[in-house]
Design a protein around this ligand. Sequence first.
Ligand SMILES: [Zn+2]
Ligand SMILES: [Zn+2]
Length: 337
Amino acid sequence: RITRTDPVVAQRQVGLAQGLERRGAAREALGRGSISTEHAAVIVQADRNLPRQVTAVQRDRVEADLLAKAETLSPTALRRAARRALEAVENDVAAVDAHENELVVSEEDRARAKTRLTMHDNGDGTVTGHFTVPSAQGSLLKKIIETITAPRRGRLGASQAQVGEREARTDFDRARGEALVELIEHLPTDHLHPRSAATLVVTVSEEILRGALKAVGLDTGEILSAGEVRRLACNAHLIPAVLGGKSLPLDLGRGSRLFTEAQRIALGLRHSTCAADGCDRPFAWCELHHLHSWALGGRTDLANAVPLCHFHHQRIHDHRYRHTRAPDGSIRFRLVT
Ligand SMILES: [Zn+2]
Ligand SMILES: [Zn+2]
């Protein structure tokens, strides 16, 4: 049945109908409702994928074998099984293996050809993207996102100031979106290209780094709040090109603005997680924040470093929140009233 639908779907349906003309048993099973259209499409495709020398009688046996499997397998699982459909008529395991590998190679080629990333500027401070990647990389991304969203941000019953809005924790699309933002900021972009690191350059006055509340323009045209600029300046992703005011040399005087790898390792011996009270985000994902701001004369030494996860690092640079440090070093946030 072809209804008003998009051409790709329509073409697929025509292909399935044609394929079913030669696969009587599958057509019957579909008519009886004992298999789904997806199952039928897998069986038709498996038949097309069989080597040319497979006889008509053998094809019927392959079909019967897949129909039996379709009773218990999902379409995805059946698709996996169908790559070894030759098994039903071929005793040589090596031949079945080789045929499966051939099918996988062409699947990989097709997946690579379909790979896309498109991004669209919504003009409202957000960008919307759409991507298609091969399943293996898709699964990897899913695992990474799930890992980032998994740990809790605070103790049970912690304040909103400590753990963020309720929606941000219960809306899974939003949680995954925030995890993607975190992932982007944590990519090792400094080695992407030998000369141009994938960093944002901001022209910022000394007053901003010292704490003034003023939005700042980036080299890419976006605007960031003063708090975001100061947070990004704690990481390597943003290079403040300081203009005006008293001179504040970036690479002189108090040495490097960024903590070294050795300092990071040393700090990791003291902290296993984000320093915010009750936050379980592992140290390895944390951003190193200068407790006493570098721009205000804070030193880039261990005593001045505190590991904070992406969320709590944002919070500590958000002028709407204050924080206190407990004797054990854990940090608690409260909303400024
Ligand atoms: Zn910071
Ligand atoms: Zn945290």
